[in-house]
Ligand binder design. Structure first.
Ligand SMILES: Cc1cc2nc3c(=O)[nH]c(=O)nc-3n(C[C@H](O)[C@H](O)[C@H](O)COP(=O)(O)O)c2cc1C
Length: 162
């Protein structure tokens, strides 16, 4: 299996309903491809963690590279793993403003901070921790996928929130 973390710059502002279409395609395609993961908006950026078969992840990255809804895609982690997905069976979850921001904010010149391998690893761990603790955040973060929540009810709830 392959694990990938990237960051990119959203074309649309935070809370834009275009994220719903991203989520819809992700849930459908990833379930088919055996990919799981989590997409968040934090610090004015997208961060997406993905876990799945190497070829399927490669095909997805090729599509992501061409997607005009974001730009400046930068891969922070790309590694093989034997471990099961930390995202369990979520073909995708989504959230805003999780407590992930530390060290990921734009610098004073408007650039993205350069991340060391260790810092990228920390960002992955934080994203995983955030995804897995949604039971605690559910009422405060209406976008978060809740433990055990199926794809369709989740999509319907997000559609109401965005
Ligand atoms: C930030 C971001 C994250 C995305 N994540 C996924 C994803 O996890 N899976 C996926 O299939 N498409 C994802 N997409 C959409 C793809 O770029 C592409 O539009 C889509 O896979 C095309 O699928 P379709 O032909 O079924 O519409 C994402 C797009 C953006 C901008």
């Amino acid at each position: 299996m392959r694990e990938l973390l990237y960051r990119s710059l959203p074309h649309f502002a935070d809370f834009d309903p275009s994220d719903l279409a991203i989520l819809r395609a992700s849930l459908r395609n990833n379930a088919r491809a055996g990919i799981t993961g989590y997409l968040i908006r934090a610090s004015g950026q997208f961060f997406q963690a993905l876990h799945g078969p190497a070829e399927a992840i490669g095909a997805l990255v090729a599509r992501l590279d061409d997607d005009p809804r974001h730009r400046g895609l930068e891969i922070l982690i790309d590694r093989e793993t034997e471990a099961p997905s930390p995202f369990e069976d979520w073909s995708m979850g989504y959230d805003h403003f999780l407590p992930l921001e530390a060290g990921l904010d734009f610098t004073e010149t408007g650039a993205r901070p350069v991340l060391s391998e260790a810092e990228a690893g920390l960002a992955w761990d934080r994203l995983v921790a955030a995804a897995r603790s949604q039971g605690e955040f559910g009422s405060v973060f209406p976008y978060a996928r809740l433990p055990g929540e199926e794809a369709e009810p989740y999509l319907a709830r997000i559609a109401d929130a965005l």
